[in-house]
Design a protein around this ligand. Structure first.
Ligand SMILES: [Zn+2]
Length: 581
């Protein structure tokens, strides 16, 4: 069964339609079909447990077909429905919009009960529907706000019965909102809007864009939670998902990397020794010239790799060779030159994660496009800088694929770096390492208990060696205490890619028994399946006939069975999962 995502290629309203699938895949939904609106997809609506219609402008005959499907018992989620569809679903458009709108998830209903009840940004208009003319039985899931604190009377998200079916209407383009929150304002590209220093950084996209009153919230993740919960609430059968991590015991983790910045050998050694003492690994991005080179020679790197650490490139657009040259003009050449140099001298694994010196960036998503071409999977350039320290600059703790303004999805994941040691926080980390580590522990705890995203941490060898070890060691002690594994950025990138490529298919429910096939390969030897439950009893589960231990997990207001699925780390395999609820 699974779900169908309907798109309308070529229609400007649907630019971010296909990106809705990327948002859902990041949330673990893996049994989904993306199809254009047309005779074939419309003829198969009843084959699915839920249909998600992305923003589109279908003509009357198509709208009537979709509404008839719902009335006959179908389940529809409409992201910014057309005016005609809204009317046919029973809504009364006011033909006005709130802009730039915030939406606030409301308490008192299953879809938003487990999502923080604070308003979140959309950076988009939201359609206003007459609040006093809603179809009978409609529940308001979220409310339109004109600002973080300015409430309107208009509903932003509605859950309504229609005939024998149900619909959830989002009055805004949820996937475009996620893209804008995650990647900032595309009209800032090429401008140093931050106003400090020469480097053009990804952060330049967020000035005047991220509401400082909301940077404590994973706003993009919250939009995705609402969509995932809407699926839970109305799908004909509960939809399986892949848990964010390989193992059911892992609720969050520390993803650790490091920028070389010409650190001395003893600093490299001290950093890696300490990470190992915390049962972790680290990825270190090396300075490769052209004027000056890292002390991490290929021979030293070989020894460190044998200890489980990994090495990438710290591309440097600020080498004296490029003085006064525009970074945007030299970045591609640097990335390709460094990649070739690294391959030739350092061999071994492909560079799959990356951060640049001074966070050097290019365009809006020009840099990820180059990364895609050279094999980088995970980008950690975006940092929660200055007053955003430990906050959610891009509204997300989770990895998410980049998307361009034309809707093209780039096969590189953006992963925010929330904690780090560099010059901008040197004073606070030096004077109050214990207090800052406690604040970081609070973020870890919130992730472990509520958001399930990893905490990405950057520790420069030289900073660790000179002033930040008290802070970092305390944080890693806390990670050990809270049960957060410490993975290198490479290990995480490898898993993130594998999870994205994994497939859940043939999911079926029969008298409370759920079965599906999980296919793919996981670098750590397992995935974890999450299956929504409607009672609180722990089900029994098996994988290829072998009983496995099931644990219960509450997430965003719903209870799931977490089922570990052992799967090969090399070569695709299929596993048959059965859950008896
Ligand atoms: Zn650097």
């Amino acid at each position: 069964m699974g779900m169908l995502i309907l798109t309308q290629p070529g229609n400007r309203a649907n630019t971010y339609g296909p990106y809705a699938a990327a948002v859902l895949k990041a949330e673990g939904f893996a049994d989904l079909d993306v199809q254009p609106i047309g005779p074939e997809s419309l003829g198969r609506l009843n084959d699915y447990d839920v249909v998600i219609l992305t923003p589109s402008l279908p003509r009357r005959a198509v709208v009537e077909r979709i509404v008839d499907y719902v009335k006959a018992g179908g389940r529809l989620i409409a992201l910014r429905p057309s005016r005609l569809l809204a009317v046919e679903l029973g809504l009364a458009p006011t033909d006005t919009a709130a802009f730039p709108a915030y939406v606030r998830p409301l308490p008192g209903n299953a879809i938003s009960a487990g999502v923080p009840h604070e308003s979140i940004q959309t950076h988009l208009p939201v359609d206003n529907y007459e609040p006093l003319q809603l179809p009978e039985g409609t529940r308001e899931i979220a409310r339109v706000y004109l600002d973080a604190e300015v409430e309107t009377s208009y509903p932003a998200v509605l859950h309504m019965p229609l005939g024998k079916g149900q619909a959830v209407v989002f009055g805004y383009d949820l996937s475009q909102a996620v893209a804008l929150i995650r990647q900032g304002n595309p009209s800032h590209q090429g401008w140093r809007t931050l106003g400090f220093g020469n480097p053009y950084r990804p952060n330049d996209m967020y000035s005047g864009h991220l509401d400082p009153r909301r940077m404590h919230l994973p706003q993009a993740d919250m939009h995705a939670m609402l969509l995932g919960n809407a699926i839970n609430a109305i799908a004909k059968h509960p939809q399986p998902r892949l848990w964010y991590y390989d193992s059911p015991e892992t609720k969050s983790m520390v993803v650790l990397d490091s920028d070389d910045d010409y650190s001395p050998l003893e600093a490299f050694e001290a950093l890696m020794d300490s990470v190992e003492a915390h049962n972790g690994h680290i990825s270190i991005y090396l300075m490769l010239g052209p004027s000056k080179y890292t002390i991490a020679t290929p021979e030293r790197v070989e020894g460190w790799r044998a200890r489980g650490h990994s090495f990438g490139i710290h591309h440097n657009a600020f080498d004296p060779q490029y003085v006064n040259e525009e970074q945007d003009a030299v970045m591609e050449e640097i990335v390709r030159r460094d990649t070739d140099y690294f391959r030739e001298h350092y061999g071994g694994e492909t560079v799959i994660a990356n951060r640049n010196h001074c966070l050097g960036w290019k365009g809006y998503v020009d840099l990820p496009r180059i990364y895609e071409d050279v094999g980088v999977v995970l980008d950690t350039n975006l940092l929660s800088i200055r007053h955003q320290w430990l906050q959610y600059t891009n509204g997300s703790g989770h990895p998410g694929k980049f998307v361009d303004t034309d809707g093209e999805i780039i096969e590189v994941f953006q992963q925010l770096t929330q904690a780090y040691d560099d010059a901008s926080v040197k004073a606070q980390l030096s004077s109050n390492p214990v207090g800052e580590a406690k604040a970081t522990r609070q973020v870890m705890l919130e992730k472990k208990e509520r958001y399930f995203s990893p905490l990405t941490m950057l520790s420069h060898p030289v900073s660790f060696y000179t002033y930040s070890s008290a802070y970092q060691n305390q944080c890693w002690d806390y990670a050990n205490e809270l049960g957060l594994p410490i993975w290198s950025a490479f290990e995480w990138a490898d898993f993130v890619r594998a999870r994205d490529q994994a497939q859940v298919s043939q999911s079926a429910w029969n008298n409370g028994s759920f079965s599906c096939t999980v296919s793919g390969s996981s670098p750590s030897g397992s995935f974890t399946l999450m299956v929504p439950l409607h009672n609180g009893e722990t089900p029994r589960a098996s994988v290829d006939g072998e009983t496995v231990d099931v644990t219960l997990q509450d997430a965003y207001g719903y209870t799931y069975a977490l089922v570990p699925v052992p799967i090969s780390s090399n070569g695709a395999e299929s596993r048959q999962v059965v859950v008896q609820t």
